[in-house]
Design a binder for this molecule. Structure first.
Ligand code: NAP
Length: 247
């Protein structure tokens, strides 16, 4: 489905990003596995992709940093010749009720989750436009960006920002056949959510209509579809993969 395509996945050293990178590679894309600090984990992802017959390389960059995002995109293009698909997945949390939330908690979450999306889109837009072959940008938001969550005002603001950014950029890039969509996951077990107390995990099931947390490949399947030619007529959308939480 994605043979000949090159994909960059930010924050692909574990969790949802890893599942996305593996699915894209299994569908034939060459994948740049970005990470910030987890070099060994990123190399493990690359090894798993190669063991499955795929092509991948790990590239370190802090995507919250404008210049590092520029260098990341340049490295990806130098490595594989071009970029067709960018998945902005890198993200973090610093959950606190507002009275306890400090400026750093706000800045780190907004920079990692939202500014990174601007940084990577900014870096990739010009080369994609110049190449005149269309393109796919897929931004990982969250159901929290749609419905909010106490203790996550910084995170919710960043993820709601991703949605507004996605729709605006989709309008800008549509004339050049570059689609821009967002995915809003619900609950998936990763390092990000494993810190939640067990009773909170249990309670979450009560408001998930499908009655379970998602499986990581369930995000990967959707990303590969959105990245494919079959999704050429879908842009500016927010697709929830949340077991029905936000319906
Ligand atoms: P995770 O397991 O904590 O993985 C986060 C990934 O992001 C890691 O690979 C990490 O790499 C990378 N990363 C963090 N800061 C980075 C930076 N500045 N530059 C480059 N990479 C960076 O989290 P996850 O649960 O898979 O989350 C992935 C995305 O899905 C996030 O955007 C998250 O908000 C979103 N999401 C998750 C859930 C869920 O239930 N898990 C639900 C809704 C949305 P390093 O370790 O190398 O820094």
């Amino acid at each position: 489905m994605l043979e000949g395509k090159v994909a960059l996945v930010t924050g692909a050293s574990r969790g949802i990003g890893r599942a996305i990178a593996e699915d894209l590679a299994a569908n034939g894309a060459k994948v740049v596995v970005n990470y910030n600090s987890s070099a060994d984990a990123a190399e493990e992802v690359v090894a798993a992709i190669k063991a499955n017959g795929g092509v991948a390389t790990a590239v370190q960059a802090d995507v919250s940093n404008f210049n590092e995002a520029q260098t990341l995109v340049k490295t990806a293009i130098d490595t594989y010749g071009h970029i067709d698909i960018v998945v902005n997945n890198a993200g973090t949390t610093r959950d606190k009720l507002l009275p306890m939330m400090n400026e750093d908690d706000w800045d780190v979450v907004l920079d990692t989750n939202l500014k990174s999306v601007f940084n990577c889109c900014k870096a990739v837009a010009r080369p994609m436009l110049k190449r005149k072959q269309g393109g796919r940008i897929i931004n990982i938001s969250s159901v929290v960006g749609l419905v909010g969550q106490g203790g996550q005002s910084n995170y919710a603001a960043s993820k709601a920002g991703v949605i507004g950014f996605t729709k605006s950029l989709a309008k800008e890039l549509a004339p050049r056949q570059i689609t821009v969509n967002a995915i809003a996951p619900g609950f998936f077990l990763t390092a990000l959510t494993d810190v939640l107390a067990d009773d909170l995990k249990e309670k979450s099931l009560a408001y998930i209509p499908l009655g379970r947390w998602g499986e990581l490949p369930e995000i990967g399947y959707l990303v590969s579809f959105l990245a494919s030619d079959k999704a050429a007529y879908i842009t500016g959308q927010v697709i929830n993969v949340d077991g029905g939480i936000a319906m």
